[in-house]
Design a binder for this molecule. Sequence first.
Ligand code: ADP
Ligand code: FRU
Length: 287
Amino acid sequence: MAKILGIGIATVDIINTVEDYPAENDEIRAFSQRRCRGGNCANTLTVLQQLGHECTFAGILAEEPAGQFITQELKQQGINMDYCRTVTGKTPTSYVILSRATGSRTIVHYRDLPEFSFADFANIDLSPFDWLHLEGRNVAETARMLALVRERFPSLPWSVEIEKPRPGIESLFEEAAVLLFSRHYVTYHGYSKAQAFLQKWHTTLPDTEKICVWGEAGAYAIDEGGKIHHAPAFFPPQVVDTLGAGDTFNAGFLDARLRHRSLSESLTFGCQLAGRKCGQQGFDGLG
Ligand code: ADP
Ligand code: FRU
């Protein structure tokens, strides 16, 4: 089992499940509503913890009841929160429309909290950790965090989730053990196929494992020899909740890699776990 440090966000998600996604200016009823703790990194750690790893979440929390709710939920999962910083402000909140007809999840996200900074990161004793997982968000500060790791903890491997195109985010690619790309990032850069994108980056970064998730088409990766691997999505009997499918895939993939499974097996495990997640509400019981 690995000791994993995750740097990223934790949110409150308000999830309205509707029969069909509405048209603009419609007024419709949700047939259910729930409020839960979300955030890419927090979701991924929640699943990794269930898979038997010892996880620490480091991020910024708001000093208000919603922030306490997040802390409580993550602690209940057994996740260490010692390195979080609490500030005054409003908890990042996602307003989510889950469509029962298509399984789509549409997210309106609001945040005004500062991002976890290099100074916050520099306070963390990295020596106990076996793996570092970061969200590619706050590019300049994250680049400084990685420089510190290279200099002081050169044997600590890291993965970065590249979800949204952000100026300079490519500066976070170098020397990562694993890069986890979203379809959105890949298509934004003009690639209609994950394979071509992976091949392009393989020439620049042959030693980094590069993964692309592709929704219902599963996930792709490229190996050291430049061979493309694909795992299909695993469809549950009924798609119930796709929110956090990518975060769950990331947890499954990282877990399998940490157990020294092959690239191909790790892709498959990530897709299996993400598929199971899509068939149920939330992230419980995935371990
Ligand atoms: P995100 O949740 O970040 O938008 P994706 O939609 O690309 O990420 O999905 C991540 C992974 O989740 C995919 O690789 C696939 O294995 C799985 N997945 C996504 N949607 C479904 C679905 N409707 N049914 C089964 N598996 C799915
Ligand atoms: C799902 C998710 C939600 C969160 C949003 C943040 O992947 O992490 O839990 O509200 O994305 O962008």
